[in-house]
Ligand binder design. Structure first.
Ligand code: F6P
Length: 375
C-alpha cells in the first residue's frame, strides 16, 4: 500500500455522545501519527451522494473530544434506498463513483446496526470499508459495547434517581420511558442501577396485572410509591403474540405480495404501539388505585458530553481502526473485546441484533433483589 493514504470518515444513524471523540481518534491517528489525509463526509452516506465533504486537518480535529453529537452531521439514509427529490432511489453506484473520484483509500463508517448493513453492501461493491460500533441501544453484536451506550446509561440512571424523590413525596407510580425499540439494555441497566421497582423490556413480554400486583405488594408493605422503567419497545404478552405471528407470516411468505402484506402488518402494529407507555400508566393507575405519572426521557439520553468510558472507548476503537487500515484489513467492524479491540467480519455482524439474553446477570441479579419484570 502507498505511504500517504487518504481516508474518509462518516457518522450514520442516530447521533450519540462519543461520535466526535471517535472522529478525533481516527483523525489524529491518521493525520498526526501516520501523516495521512482525512476527509469528513457530511450527513452520513448522503454526503457521498451530494459530494458534501470537509477536510479534517489538525485544527478541525482539535477541541471536539467532549462535544456531543457529531461535527459531521448524520442521517439515517441508506445507500440502496435513499430519498432523492421525494423518490426512493438506489444510490449505491453514485457512492462508489464518488468514493473513487475522491481518491479514497478507505472509508470509516461509524454507526449502529443499519450502518453495518449499508457498510457491508458498499464493501461488496469493492470499497475499502471499516466500521466502528455506535448506538445508545447497545444492540450491535460481537462487541462488548458500543459508543454512546455508557453515556446514555448514566443519563437514564440519573433521571431515575431524580424521579425517585418526587414519586416518594407524592406517593405515586412514576413510569419512566427509556429508549430502545428492539433491545432493552438501556432500560434494564438504568433500571437496575437506579433501583427501579419494575423493569419492562422488549425481550420479556409483560402482564400488566403482574406489574400491578408487584406495586400493590409494595403498598401492602407500607411503600406507596413505585418506579417503573419501561423501554420504548416493551410490550404486553398479547401485543408480543401479535408481533410474533406477523413475523412468522413474513418469514413463511412464499410470494412478494404475501411478504409485503406481512410487512405492512408489522408497520401497523408498530404504529399501534406508539403511546404504549401512556396507556400502561393509565392501566396501572386503575389497577392499583395509585396516582401515576409518565416521564419520557427521549433524546436527552442521546445528547451532551460523552462519559469517561465512552471517550476511552472512542479513542481505543478509533486508533485501532487506523492501525487496521494501515495493515490493509477491511470489511470488518472494530469491536471492543475486554481491554483490547478485535476486527469482526462485517458479514458476521450485519443483520444481527444483540438483545438482552433472558439469563443475563443484570436480570438474574435484579430478580434476586425483588425487581418485577412483569412476567
Ligand atoms: O439510535 C437509537 C435510537 O436512539 C433508539 O433508541 C430510538 O428508538 C431511535 O434511535 C430514535 O430514532 P430517531 O432518531 O430516528 O427518532
Amino acid at each position: 500500500m502507498k505511504k500517504k493514504l487518504r481516508i474518509g470518515v462518516l457518522t450514520a444513524g442516530g447521533d450519540c455522545p462519543g461520535l466526535n471523540a471517535a472522529i478525533r481518534a481516527v483523525g489524529k491517528a491518521a493525520v498526526n501519527y501516520y501523516g495521512w489525509e482525512v476527509i469528513g463526509i457530511r450527513d452520513g452516506f448522503r454526503g457521498l451522494v451530494e459530494e458534501n465533504y470537509v477536510r479534517l486537518d489538525k485544527s478541525a480535529l482539535a477541541g471536539i473530544l467532549t462535544i456531543g453529537g457529531t461535527i459531521l452531521g448524520t442521517s439515517r439514509d441508506r445507500p440502496h434506498r435513499m430519498l432523492i427529490n421525494g423518490e426512493e432511489r438506489d444510490m449505491t453506484d453514485v457512492i462508489v463513483r464518488n468514493y473513487k473520484k475522491l481518491k479514497l483509500d478507505a472509508l470509516v463508517c461509524i454507526g449502529g446496526g443499519g450502518t453495518q448493513k449499508s457498510a457491508l453492501r458498499l464493501a461488496k461493491k469493492g470499497l475499502n470499508i471499516i466500521t466502528l460500533p455506535k448506538t445508545i441501544d447497545n444492540d450491535v453484536p460481537f462487541t462488548d459495547t458500543s459508543l454512546g451506550f455508557d453515556t446514555a446509561l448514566s443519563v437514564a440512571t440519573e433521571a431515575i434517581d431524580r424521579l425517585h424523590s418526587t414519586a416518594h413525596s407524592h406517593h405515586r407510580i412514576v413510569v419512566a420511558e427509556l429508549m430502545g425499540h428492539r433491545a432493552g439494555w438501556l432500560a434494564l441497566g438504568a433500571g437496575v442501577a437506579g433501583g427501579a421497582d419494575v423493569i419492562l423490556i422488549p425481550e420479556i413480554p409483560y402482564d400488566v396485572n403482574k406489574v400491578a400486583e408487584a406495586i400493590k405488594r409494595r403498598s401492602r408493605h407500607g411503600t406507596n410509591f413505585s418506579i417503573v422503567a419501561v423501554a420504548e419497545g416493551a410490550m404486553s404478552e398479547a401485543e408480543a403474540a401479535k408481533f410474533a405471528s406477523a413475523h412468522r407470516r413474513k418469514e413463511a411468505a412464499k410470494t412478494a405480495a404475501a411478504k409485503a402484506k406481512a410487512r405492512a402488518e408489522l408497520v401497523r402494529l408498530d404504529e399501534q404501539h406508539s403511546g404504549n407507555t401512556l396507556r400502561l400508566a393509565e392501566e396501572l393507575e386503575k389497577l392499583t388505585g395509585l396516582e401515576s405519572r409518565v416521564t419520557i426521557l427521549g433524546y436527552v439520553q442521546r445528547g451532551g458530553t460523552p462519559s469517561t468510558a465512552d471517550r476511552l472507548l472512542a479513542t481505543r476503537l478509533g486508533t485501532a481502526c487506523v492501525h487496521l487500515i494501515k495493515d490493509g484489513v477491511f470489511e470488518v467492524m472494530v469491536a471492543a473485546r475486554g481491554d483490547n479491540t478485535e476486527p469482526v467480519p462485517l458479514e458476521t455482524v450485519a443483520g444481527v441484533r444483540k438483545q438482552v439474553p433472558l439469563d443475563h446477570p443484570w436480570i438474574t441479579a435484579a430478580r434476586k433483589i425483588g425487581t418485577c419484570f412483569g412476567d
